[in-house]
Design a protein around this ligand. Structure first.
Ligand code: NDP
Length: 295
């Protein structure tokens, strides 16, 4: 099978590595050097434009920061639409927004190109292991076509609803992640100030009903150790919570908690910048409480 992959970022690169191992892959990346390095390491071929990468591919995958960047690659003589033929498929693994995905699907549909939103969860480590969860929005026929390609890097692959439903579910999932990070930081900061060691507090929480992936993995491995590795930019989580907040409002569901967390992550993005990792939101809680969540 001939495939193309556009967007070799933190998670796109390990995903594309699996695609390269199992199909004949062409890649494009905004910073061409990244694509050249990837091609040299995997045997994929690097192309100078989205159109050139998409030419001849039966399936094109995108993994970009937001739906805005996906839309920006469609048009013009070097754009995706200039390379993709009728009858091909675009799988967008960006954590996008439902409205944009519906717009993109409609534009591609006019040319006989199928579209599925297929955001992923499981992080960079899940992408490296090929064990990502993929939540898809689209119809059954398109899902059946996309599935064999998604299996290159995914383990749990689910069609959750029509176009945009994958994006909506991904945004809600990440809003929950943001709530967990912020609330765990507040609770642990208070306990630390009261003299309870974070590792002892986490040991108890993780044997109790307050546990989450944040308490079981993120805080012990990244905060208590002060390692704060860069795996998923806070700016991208802020984008996800904003999408969730808008989606929930659109559904007329009262959402004071998620709206508040969206506001907090907006503030955190402003304070910590575009390159900070998502777990570094904890640093703001620490700063405001003049304490450090570490033994
Ligand atoms: P990165 O910021 O690491 O990479 C972004 C990629 O998009 C890079 O290849 C970058 O190119 C490219 N890009 C940025 N702006 C543009 C533009 N204007 N035009 C064309 N290409 C552009 O992001 P991630 O790989 O971490 O995330 C990608 C998507 O996956 C996001 O939607 C994110 O929310 C989602 N995601 C990320 C996870 C993670 O753990 N990192 C987990 C689950 C989902 P360049 O190299 O030139 O900068």
């Amino acid at each position: 099978m001939k495939t193309a992959f556009l967007g070799l970022g933190a998670i796109g690169t390990p995903m594309a590595r699996h695609v390269a191992a199992k199909s004949s892959l062409t890649v494009w990346n905004r910073t061409a050097e990244t694509a050249a390095t990837f091609a040299a390491a995997t045997g994929a071929s690097a192309e100078p434009t989205p159109a050139a990468a998409a030419t001849g591919a039966e399936v094109v995958l995108t993994c970009l920061p937001t739906s805005r960047e996906v839309e920006s690659l469609l048009d013009g003589p070097t754009g995706l639409l200039a390379g993709m033929a009728a009858g091909t498929l675009l799988i967008d693994c960006t954590s996008g927004d439902p409205q944009s995905s519906r717009r993109i699907a409609a534009r591609l549909g006019e040319r006989g190109i199928a579209f599925i939103d297929a955001p992923v969860s499981g992080g960079v480590s899940g992408a490296e292991a090929g064990t990502l969860t993929v939540m898809c929005g689209g119809d059954e026929v398109t899902f059946a076509r996309a599935r064999p390609v998604l299996e290159f890097f995914g383990r749990k692959i689910v069609l959750v609803g029509p176009t945009g439903a994958g994006d909506a579910l991904k945004a809600v999932n990440n809003a929950l992640l943001a709530v967990h990070i912020w609330s765990a930081a507040e609770g642990l900061a208070a306990l630390a100030k009261a003299g309870v060691k974070p590792s002892a507090a986490l040991d108890v929480i993780n044997a109790s009903s307050g546990r989450s992936n944040t308490s079981e993995n993120l805080i012990p491995q990244r905060v208590v150790t002060r390692a704060f590795p860069q795996t998923f930019r806070l700016a991208l989580l802020e984008k996800d919570v904003a999408i969730a907040a808008e989606f929930i409002r659109d559904q007329r569901v009262a959402s004071p908690v998620i709206q508040q967390v969206a506001e907090l992550f907006r503030l955190a993005r402003h304070e910590l910048g575009e390159t900070a990792d998502h777990v570094e939101a904890v640093r703001l809680v620490e700063e405001w409480s003049a304490t450090v969540i570490s033994d």
